[in-house]
Design a protein around this ligand. Structure first.
Ligand SMILES: [Fe+2]
Length: 367
């Protein structure tokens, strides 16, 4: 019955004495109040929970659960705690009133009950209860609205985040399109990089950031002329010098961003060709001077180059153990030993990524 609107207020009168109950019933019924009677504390608790009365008039001295204990239980149950409780008592000792207040009584009425006073108290307390219920319902409504708004805000933020990451992936693929049409290299490479980072024990948030930023590593190739980028044969010294500009060009494109993923993309673009022994480019950084993300992407990038079927790479389908052997050759030279070891420790994960993000089989060549 809680929360339903009612034609008339409901008062639960509790007394072990039938005469008292009949008196209260007579007084209140004549004012349009519905009176429900209970003869004990136990009956009062059951009816209060069932009927959600607007006011409870509670006798103190009753066999079984007395008025104090009944009030205490009513007030400690969330289902009945908002119902105003009036102790109807002949006791006028201060100590008894304190006990009643401690038990949670909201008001007192002295026995014998005076008609005008009883009606006035009940009327006031019915309004108090209605006000409390209104506030409770209003608060629940507000909480539900806040929760719904928070949820939709969270969903919108997640959609924006996904769109931003997809944009990075697609723009990076666009930058690679001239020499790698499928965009699968950057997908595989970023998954390898994330797997290595996870194996190294980096926090999941950083792992995800690396995965999102790694696709931007070669974005600077956009500034390399076709005659060099797409040259079928080996590059001469001058052409290599131009090719080696792509980390700087990429870093320049991504520079000065407020977004963490773009800032990391800049670091990766700038550092993915640095080598552990200092022989890399563009700055010849050495060891831990190279940001960890750059060292991770270096391993992922070279591995994918060795195992994918891009025409200008080494033999396209080198067996995995041969590729591993080639990479181990670079341990402590090209690659950070710890990063390479992390990579070598997760062959199943790496193989699963290779299989899942496989390049399409090229169409047979015309004779
Ligand atoms: Fe590169």
């Amino acid at each position: 019955m809680a929360g339903e609107s009612r034609d008339k207020p409901v008062v639960l009168a509790v007394d072990d004495n039938d005469v008292n109950l009949m008196l209260i019933e007579a007084i209140l019924t004549s004012t349009g109040t519905e009176v429900v009677l209970a003869h004990s504390g136990e009956e009062a608790l059951a009816k209060a929970a069932q009927l959600d009365p607007d006011v409870i008039l509670l006798d103190v001295m009753m066999p079984g659960i007395d008025g104090f204990e009944t009030a205490r239980r009513l007030k400690s149950d969330p289902a009945t705690s908002l119902i105003p409780v009036v102790m109807v008592t002949a006791l006028d000792e201060v100590q008894d009133r304190i006990r009643a207040l401690e038990a949670g009584a909201d008001d007192f009425l002295a026995k014998p009950v005076e008609i005008g006073e009883l009606r006035a108290r009940v009327k006031t307390l019915v309004q108090v209860k209605a006000y409390h219920e209104h506030m409770r319902d209003y608060q629940k409504k507000l909480e539900a609205e806040v929760e719904a708004k928070t949820r939709s805000l969270r969903e919108a933020t997640e959609r924006i985040r996904e769109a931003a990451l997809e944009t990075i992936m697609r723009l990076s693929a666009a930058a690679e399109y001239r020499d790698e049409e499928t965009g699968l290299h950057i997908q595989r490479m970023s998954l390898y990089a994330a797997a290595i980072a996870r194996r190294l024990g980096l926090p999941e948030e950083r792992v995800r950031l690396i995965q999102a930023a790694a696709p931007m590593h070669d974005i600077g190739k956009i500034g390399i002329p076709d005659r060099i980028l797409l040259k079928p044969g080996p590059l001469d010294d001058g052409e290599w010098a131009v090719m080696r500009q792509h980390p700087r060009i990429g870093a320049g494109i991504l520079d000065h961003s407020d977004a963490a993923v773009i800032r990391l993309g800049e670091v990766i673009a700038r550092c993915h060709h640095e080598k552990w022994d200092g022989s890399g480019y563009p700055r010849g950084l050495k060891g831990e001077e190279i940001p960890l993300e750059g060292r991770i992407v270096a391993v992922a990038d070279v591995f994918d180059a060795l195992t994918s079927s891009r025409p200008y790479r080494l033999e396209p389908f080198s067996p995995l153990d041969k590729v591993h052997a080639m990479m181990i050759e670079g341990r402590g030279k090209h690659f950070d030993p710890a990063v390479l070891d992390a990579f070598l420790a997760i062959p199943d994960t790496i193989r699963e990524i290779m299989e899942r993000v496989k390049d399409p089989v090229p169409p047979p060549q015309a004779p």
